[in-house]
Design a protein around this ligand. Structure first.
Ligand code: ADP
Ligand code: ZN
Ligand code: ZN
Length: 767
């Protein structure tokens, strides 16, 4: 007898792990690892997924009491290495196994069991947006000369409709009632034939000219070094990691393309993750132009049907390259030789809902399980990746950093100028544009070139900022920027939970704690205002393209705006963070950053890293062609190491300062950090649960070295959708099994109705 370990599709922390079921002989071929099955669990039907199959009954079980699998509902969506990755994810990220399995399943193809009535029989419901098979009807040779009887008007009409060529059955049905019957009758006489063709939804094309960059004649030294390190990691077949640390425009994408080509030549598959935003732009085009139809694309703007079809191309082995956003990591490429994560420092690789995984870390595990190589690429690698390369190994794999410090050919890194906005303010300039930026924009227009303007906007948090010196008040206990809450007129620290009435901090006046100025104001401007001021400033024949959450809502809008910018003769692109990366327009010679500081003031220990990354990436959009580029950064904090490092193209300047800060504060990469959020409509119950949880963690870790439990405190988003939110921050040594410990503590918390606990291990969003 064969036995299967099955995880039930019941997402609760109380139901841990997999259950054993017997595989009836007639299902042995179908009930493979990764298959969706129907079983009975506590007297009702339940959907489950096969995690493991073996010939032996686990010890302690009585064969006569093991229930059989009843039906197999869907073909395998994952294989054994992926089943092991899911099991690891459940422990690592403290989530139920069924939740860890979910990302591996076919998109939009769920099964559910429900009861039609209270106490009545259950039934299986399928929510499949599965494959679309289309039936096409065409005339046969006999059909062309076939003469229907005089009375058969519908047969005649149908033959006429087919005279021009094959027509889909669905269309015929829309044209005439009873089309299926008529087709059936004609098919019997040999006049028409019906064939089923699989329709594949979601293939994309791009008309951006620069997406079809020709293969370069020769590679740079850095590119060759990177490719040989990648080849070595691939042949080691043990999950080794290569970090391609290349400045913007150094040719990283070219390295990916060549590395994939080498993997394909050896019969292996390749997976490429890119941040969501660059997907719709030029990246996809470059992969398509190199690999043609061998590529499936997976991103969030596809419909459920499109996503299923692209996913299924991979499962059926019809494509060997998958390019996609974060969740494409779970695509069913069962012969993986290479995983590439482009812009690996990007926050979009952290999933903010359960399972709260980081794609980089799951990719490292997947690479180890599949015996393939992992390539991380960035101009601004994360502190985590840099630290692992410094160490040389992490979780048993070798981590190697390869530098690509130069752009190929004539392109050079742009000159960066920092403009101190406090000086502009003191000189009486109240515009969003400084004088140097205005002059530079006018020069671009004269030369008929292009400019990109970044408006740095993040989240909802507002700060009180001094317009004279740029100072933002900080918590004296946590060196976290205090956020300003308009409703209560309070300044609040969201790390430790302390708050001050605005007037009482730091003294009874509303003066700046740094310079005594009275110009303390909540800070923030919108893209619309920038666009308006720009129109007044520049001649009418300059195109202004605005790209933000509002203008990119519709399907394909992002792409259309970029095409507009691409096609224009002289234009300015104004946008939020979404324009910072991936754009490769050689005519852009000026990049302006309207406000460098908003991310710097986030109440978050990664705020400086985030600012540095953003500025370096957006600066990299300038001077990618033959003409030199210039970058102007407007800031209230010209002396900050992140700003100085960008100005001088000297990352070490920033790294040194930041590492010292983090090491002193005990923040990642020197520790692990989890954010546990408790939320619900009942404030008292939220408080009680958060207190209980914090106490449980405290008693578990005791005085162990490297552990620290902060809070509970109100979250920065203290109320969302009528839910009260409190959180506990847990710092742990960098090799601690943090998820396992927190999962156990959360299971022990008294269950209160309507109260939720979200454990976010290696958290990025601390709000
Ligand atoms: P990155 O991904 O590092 O930003 P890209 O791969 O997009 O860099 O390369 C930047 C530009 O340089 C592209 O237009 C690309 O076609 C070109 N390029 C890349 N490698 C070479 C090379 N070896 N020789 C000449 N041009 C190259
Ligand atoms: Zn001041
Ligand atoms: Zn504090």
């Amino acid at each position: 007898m064969r036995y299967a370990q099955i995880v039930l599709d019941i997402p609760t922390r109380q139901l841990e792990g997999a259950f054993t079921y017997a595989v009836p002989d007639e299902l042995v071929n179908e009930a493979q690892v990764g298959a969706t099955v129907l079983v009975t669990f506590s007297h009702r039907g339940c959907v489950g997924y096969v995690m493991e199959v073996s010939d032996e009954l686990p010890q302690g079980l009585d064969a006569s009491r093991v229930l059989p699998i009843e039906r197999v509902l869907a073909e395998p969506a994952f294989d054994e290495p992926r089943a092991r990755v899911a099991t690891w994810m459940a422990a690592e990220y403290a989530c139920p196994l069924s939740e860890a399995v979910r990302p591996f399943l076919a998109p939009g193809q769920g099964f559910r069991v429900r009861r039609t009535e209270e106490g009545g029989p259950w039934e299986l419901v399928s929510e499949a947006s599965g494959p679309v098979d289309e039936r096409w009807v065409s005339l046969t040779d006999e059909g062309r000369s076939f003469q229907p009887r005089k009375t058969a008007a519908r047969q005649r009409a149908l033959l006429a409709a087919l005279a021009e060529g094959p027509v889909r059955m669905a269309e015929l049905s829309a044209l005439m009632t009873g089309a299926a019957g008529v087709v059936g009758a004609l098919e019997k006489r040999g006049a028409v034939q019906v064939e089923t063709r699989r329709r594949v939804r979601g293939g994309e094309t791009t008309t951006l000219s620069s997406a079809h960059a020709a293969r370069p004649e020769r590679l740079t030294v850095g590119q060759r070094d990177a490719l040989s390190a990648i080849a070595q990691a691939r042949h080691a077949a043990s999950g080794d990691v290569v970090l391609v640390d290349g400045v913007t425009g150094s040719g990283k994408t070219e390295v990916y393309l060549d590395a994939i080509e080498a993997a394909l030549a050896e019969g292996k598959d390749a997976l490429v993750l890119v941040p969501e935003i660059s997907l719709t732009a030029q990246t996809v085009g470059r992969f398509r132009s190199r690999f043609g139809d061998d590529v499936a694309i997976l991103h969030s703007r596809l419909s459920a049907g499109e996503r299923f079809d692209q996913w299924d191309l991979a499962r059926r082995g019809d494509v060997h390259v998958v390019v996609g956003a974060r969740s494409a990591l779970f695509a069913p490429l069962f012969n993986l030789g290479l995983i590439i994560i482009d812009e690996e420092h990007e926050w979009t690789y952290k999933q903010e809902s359960a399972p709260r995984y980081h794609a980089r870390d799951v990719a490292a595990r997947l690479a180890a399980e599949c015996g393939c190589a992992l390539v991380l690429g960035s101009a601004t690698p994360s502190f985590e990746s840099l630290a692992r390369c410094e160490e040389g190994t992490w979780r048993g794999a070798t981590w190697t950093r390869v530098e690509m410090p130069e752009r190929p050919g004539k392109a050079v890194l742009p000159r960066v100028r920092v403009v101190d906005m406090t000086q502009q303010f003191q000189q009486g300039n109240r515009s969003v544009f400084s004088k140097p930026l205005v002059e530079a924009l006018q020069a671009v227009v004269e030369r008929r070139e292009k400019a990109v303007l970044l408006l740095n906007r993040r989240g909802f948090a507002t700060f009180l900022m001094c317009r004279d010196c740029g100072c933002v008040p900080e918590c004296p206990h946590c060196s976290t920027s205090l956020t300003y809450h308009e409703r209560t007129h309070e300044l609040m620290c969201h790390t430790c939970g302390r708050s001050w009435p605005q007037r009482a901090f730091p003294d009874p006046s509303t003066r700046c704690p740094n310079c005594g100025s009275r110009y303390m104001a909540a800070f923030g401007v919108g893209t619309q205002r920038v666009e308006d001021e720009l129109r007044m400033l520049l001649p009418d024949d300059v195109d202004i393209v605005r790209m933000d959450a509002d203008t990119t809502k519709g399907k394909g809008a992002h792409q259309r705006l970029l095409e507009e910018f691409d096609a224009s003769e002289c234009a300015v692109l104004v946008g939020t963070q979404m324009i910072a990366k991936g754009l490769d327009f050689p005519e852009v010679t000026l990049v302006g950053v309207i406000n460098a500081d908003t991310t710097l003031k986030m109440p978050d220990f990664r705020s400086a890293e985030r600012t540095y990354d953003l500025l370096e990436q957006v600066a990299g959009r300038a001077g990618r062609g033959e003409r030199a580029g210039e970058v102007i950064v407007q800031t209230y904090w010209a002396g900050h190491p992140a700003i100085q490092a960008v100005a001088r193209h000297d990352r070490d300047l920033f790294l040194a300062a930041e590492e010292a800060d983090r090491s002193e504060g005990g923040y990642p990469p020197f520790s692990r950090l989890a954010n546990v959020v408790v939320w619900g409509k009942n404030a008292g119950a939220v408080k009680a649960s958060a207190d209980e949880l914090a106490a449980a963690v405290r008693s578990e870790v005791g005085t162990a070295r490297g552990w620290e439990v902060l809070g509970p405190a109100d979250c920065a988003k203290s109320k969302a959708k009528d839910n009260y939110r409190r959180h506990v921050l847990v710092k742990a040594p960098h090799d601690a099994e943090l998820g396992t410990l927190l999962g156990a503590c959360a299971r022990g918390v008294t269950r209160r109705p309507g109260i939720n606990i979200a454990i976010d291990v290696d958290a990025y969003d601390l709000l």
